[in-house]
Design a protein around this ligand. Structure first.
Ligand SMILES: [Zn+2]
Ligand SMILES: [Zn+2]
Length: 283
């Protein structure tokens, strides 16, 4: 199973020198299974590059797009996903509802007038929406040979963390973007720990580390965590590797390097993710 990072910047994109080591595109990741299955997580501006990669090597011309939530930085890339204009492609867009916001209504609004000239109903690809049952997965959902699990996490307006397992290879990853660990109650913490541990300790945790431990007190309630939260969660769940995600758009490469050095002192395998990075995951 392979993980490709299209973009990993939080809140809004940045496109200027001094930010390109970690990248300026907002959150979008892709998982490729051994059998060619593809799953996108979020459609931030990084989805453009992932779409181009799929167009160049189309395989089954089918992709599942899982949405963590609908904040702009996670949806704004949808119009730049070239596959949605291609009649050969099927794009299945799935998420549990957050409050009253169902995936079909919400994602359709991203391209509604007057924000974009084409509506979802005008697109030439086959787009299907799936409301995932329940905020918390009762049993894994299959996408080819991959298993998906999810749980809600603490974030203003709600957010979903996803886990993807490839039982054939034993590879697994948990993606927990946009989560405020400090404000999470015991129940929310235990759910995320369960996701990291079940059915086995995940091989990789990707977790929101937007703020430094020295900053977080000033941003209480803003919905984000620190590298210490990510490292503590990984340790508690025997997850060996951590990629820190949702990089603060105010932090340039030098600031991110300082964050990386702090995190490395706390955990040798905690590293800020970079746009364009490809990770081969194994069991
Ligand atoms: Zn975000
Ligand atoms: Zn958010």
């Amino acid at each position: 199973m392979k993980l490709i990072i299209g973009g990993i910047r939080g809140s809004y994109p940045v496109a200027q020198p001094g930010f390109m080591k970690y990248g300026g595109e907002t959150t979008s990741l892709m998982i490729e299974g051994r059998r060619g299955e593809r799953i996108l997580i979020d459609a931030g501006t990084g989805v453009r590059m992932l779409g181009a990669r799929m167009a160049a090597d189309p395989g089954a011309r089918r992709v599942l797009l899982l949405m963590t939530h609908y904040h702009l930085d996670h949806v704004v890339g949808l119009p730049s996903l070239g596959l949605i204009y291609d009649p050969a492609w099927t794009i299945e867009i799935a998420a549990p509802a957050h409050d009253e916001y169902e995936v079909e209504d919400t994602m359709s609004r991203v391209m509604d007038r007057p924000f974009w000239p084409l509506q979802v109903s005008d697109l030439r690809s086959r787009i299907r929406f799936h409301a995932l049952a329940g905020e918390l997965s009762e049993r894994p959902m299959a996408w080819g040979s991959l298993d998906l699990r999810w749980c809600p996490v603490q974030h203003p307006g709600g957010c979903t963390a996803y886990r993807i397992d490839e039982p054939e290879s034993g590879a697994s990853v948990v993606v927990a973007t946009d989560v405020e660990w400090a404000l999470s109650n015991d129940c929310a913490r235990e759910r995320l720990r369960d996701l990291c541990r079940t059915p086995t300790p995940a091989g990789l945790l990707m977790m929101d580390a937007h703020y430094l431990p020295s900053e977080i007190a000033s941003f209480r309630g803003w919905g984000h965590s620190t590298w210490v939260d990510a490292v503590d969660l990984a340790r508690a769940c025997d997850v060996p590797k951590v990629r820190l995600i949702h990089h603060d758009p105010r932090k340039d490469d030098e600031a991110m390097d300082r964050l990386a050095a702090e995190a490395a002192a706390g955990h040798p395998d905690a590293v800020p993710a970079r746009a364009g990075e490809e990770l081969e995951l194994s069991g």
